[in-house]
Design a protein around this ligand. Structure first.
Ligand SMILES: *Cc1c(COP(=O)(O)O)cnc(C)c1O
Length: 422
């Protein structure tokens, strides 16, 4: 499928008069429409709720949009819980899916009355000691071995640090029940960025069977099953996008096959999607500021891996559009680079593109999730601004760009800081 930016060159020229590149920009209309499709795909389930994975895009203005569309939040750290608090989330609006959790984070989660999703058997005792046990608790399952869907290996849970083993789930539910926990949830996250409509239905089948077994063995009252994140998006033009209606329907079939006959037809389905909710609805916008001709042809941008780490970290593909040149022949082979002193700071390698001139505006696609969020300050690079393209076409600043003061703020007690900023 041809990938088309959600902003035009004319819009970007207008926007860059006020906000210099680089910046991430998000598409409110796309975000809302997608959130509504997800809700529709699972509308057969009475208790369905999406808990947006805050780590993917921790900007309150973006999460506010998802909140208006009925989403809760999935948090995994103290500051993510604070973000939920700032957005007036509490109780079953918050899923706390953490691991290797510090005590004070459990205390904060209990303070907000969040649903706690325990990552480990030993956390039962730990949570009880540091913050007390709530009435409702969720446990994260790791089936071990290889995870197969669509007749192929999707991932290797046996090698993943997360979750309880099967035996620990049974024992854990027994202990929690004895200690007075009243209702239970089950969670698992077995593969990331999946591009098959079978991932959720396959995972659901595993968790639904586990739910029946846990109910039978422990008498636990299971209220929800959390399918977590992992639905992917088509980063490449040739990728086949997921069909969320088919995914919702596949989960419904597993539900009707396994849970309904077992008398568990009231169980709510939860999701904790991050990437699927937002990745396509963000662009990193940069300007071509250098051309370099050595053994290869390089284009240097004013953005770098500190603005988008996925290509450097995973060799991930992000589509690139040279604005205004969409229809020109893609006959130039470039490496598109940032300015870090790291040779992996390349947004694209050997990418066929139209001829790029200095000053051209470059859109890097699918940065709406795990984009800005993974930013860092290596090489003294400052994090970019975030903008929101609203439904009415106006643009709102939803996070300013960092300044040198931000970079030095953690030594603001020192004479070095005073020398620079007084
Ligand atoms: C990262 C994460 C998610 C979201 O994952 P996506 O791949 O963005 O959908 C959901 N739940 C947990 C526990 C996570 O760690």
């Amino acid at each position: 499928m041809k990938k088309k930016p959600f902003v035009t060159l004319e819009q970007l020229k207008e926007i860059t008069k006020q906000y210099p590149t680089p910046f991430h920009i998000y598409d409110e209309k796309g975000i809302r429409e997608n959130a509504r499709r997800l809700k529709e795909a699972f509308s057969w389930n009475k208790g369905f709720k999406e808990y947006f994975a805050v780590k993917a895009t921790p900007n309150p203005y973006i999460i506010e949009i998802l909140k208006e569309e009925g989403c809760g939040v999935d948090c995994s750290s103290y500051t993510e819980l604070m973000l939920a608090e700032a957005l007036d989330y509490s109780g079953d609006g918050i899923m706390f899916s953490s691991n290797a959790t510090p005590a004070k984070e459990f205390v904060k989660a209990r303070e907000l009355n969040a649903i706690i999703n325990l990552d480990d058997f030993t956390h039962i005792e730990f949570l009880e000691k540091v913050a007390g046990l709530p009435d409702t608790i969720c446990c994260r399952y790791n089936p071990g071995g290889m995870f197969m869907a669509s007749n192929r290996i999707m991932d290797n849970p046996g090698d993943a640090k997360y979750g309880f083993t099967k035996e620990q789930m049974v024992e854990g539910f027994r202990i929690l029940k004895e200690k007075g926990v009243k209702t239970f949830g089950i969670h698992a996250f077995l593969a990331s960025n999946t591009l098959t409509n079978d991932y959720y239905p396959t995972l659901a089948g595993i968790l639904f069977e586990l739910a029946v077994e846990l109910r039978d063995k422990t008498g636990a009252d299971i209220k929800f099953i959390n399918l977590s994140g992992g639905i992917g998006i088509p980063y490449r033009p040739e990728d086949e996008p997921n069909d969320i209606m088919a995914i919702g329907d596949g989960v419904r079939k597993a539900y009707e096959r396994i849970l309904v006959p077992a008398g568990l037809g009231d169980v709510a389905i939860y999701t904790e999607l991050g990437r699927y909710m937002l990745a396509p609805y963000g662009h990193l916008v940069a300007t071509a500021i250098h051309q370099k001709h050595i053994y290869k042809e390089y284009i240097g941008l004013d953005a770098c891996a500190a603005d988008l780490m996925r290509p450097a970290m995973y060799g991930a593909y992000h589509h690139i559009t040279v604005m205004g040149k969409e229809d020109e022949p893609h006959v130039y082979k470039y490496d598109i680079t940032g300015s870090l002193c790291e040779n992996n700071d390349k947004f694209a390698i050997d990418r066929m593109l139209p001829k790029i001139d200095i000053g051209d505006l470059i859109v890097i696609h699918d940065t709406g999730a795990h984009g800005y969020a993974m930013g860092y300050n290596y090489n003294g690079k400052l994090r970019s601004a975030e903008l929101l393209l609203k439904e009415d076409g106006s643009v709102k600043l939803i996070r300013r760009a960092e300044t040198p003061q931000d970079y030095f703020a953690t030594i603001d007690f020192s004479d070095y800081y005073k020398k620079l900023f007084n």
